[in-house]
Write a new protein. Structure first.
Length: 229
């Protein structure tokens, strides 16, 4: 369905207090918790050799958080070999498993099948330079992905500027697939949500705009209202 899902990105949280940060976001009205699982892929993606030595959350962290929370854990895999993480993340209690199309050209069918067999929701992400057509086969497959994550910044860090041009991808997807979950990730907040919502995004990841706000609950409800109106 295309109900609004507001997903604070825990990359902007206080990692030393992850469980209470997660609970705080749920209390503020979050639907999902977005978990950025980063590793080598980010380095590969930065072809201009901007290394991003950003090892963040892995299966052990998901497993620990799962012990404290029943929340939907929306995992965004920015790694070179997502297949290696299906089993550990499934065991750890991940809810959604979104892999990047750029590193899964050969094995996406196997990935989707394994993700589903572990009881997780399969999603595919694409970075800003990747044409939207590349995800069509995954949506139209017999065993399809159930969400498309359109990156609206280059993967790597929170706090970057929203790329408005990416809304063409969202509009094209929404027109073609009226019931698809379409997630946007990067630079979302009160000043960019209108563009994303009117293009047709329904799953909204927001890191710095939520965690940096004086009143995160207010930002979360503002994001939700924009998507639902
Ligand atoms: C970027 C991550 C995002 C990031 C978003 O690589 O995928 O999830 O945390 O952060 P903001 O909302 O601050 O751009
Ligand atoms: Zn993300």
């Amino acid at each position: 369905g295309v109900a609004a899902k507001i997903a604070p990105s825990m990359l902007s949280s206080d990692f030393a207090n992850l469980a209470s940060e997660a609970q705080r976001m749920l209390d503020f009205g979050a639907d999902w918790l977005h978990m950025d699982i980063m590793g080598l892929m980010v380095i590969v993606l930065y072809l201009n050799r901007h290394f991003v030595p950003n090892l963040t959350i892995g299966a052990p962290v998901i497993e620990s958080l799962r012990k404290h929370s029943k929340a939907y854990l929306d995992c965004h895999l920015m790694v070179t070999n997502p297949l290696d993480y299906v089993e550990p993340l499934g065991k750890a209690g991940a809810s959604g498993f979104t892999f990047h199309v750029e590193v899964s050209k050969e094995n996406w069918q196997e990935l989707v099948q394994r993700i589903k067999s572990k009881g997780m929701k399969p999603g595919v992400a694409l970075k800003p330079g990747t044409p939207i057509e590349e995800v069509y086969p995954l949506i139209e497959a017999e065993n399809p992905v159930e969400m498309v994550l359109v990156m609206t910044v280059e993967p790597g860090f929170g706090g970057q500027k929203f790329m408005l041009e990416m809304m063409d991808k969202v509009r094209t997807l929404r027109k073609k697939y009226p019931a698809l979950d379409i997630e946007v990730d990067g630079g979302l907040g009160p000043s960019t949500i209108e563009a994303a919502a009117s293009a047709g995004a329904n799953c909204i990841v927001a890191g710095s705009s939520v965690f940096g706000a004086a009143e995160p609950a207010h930002v979360i409800s503002l994001l939700r209202n924009s998507v639902e109106e």
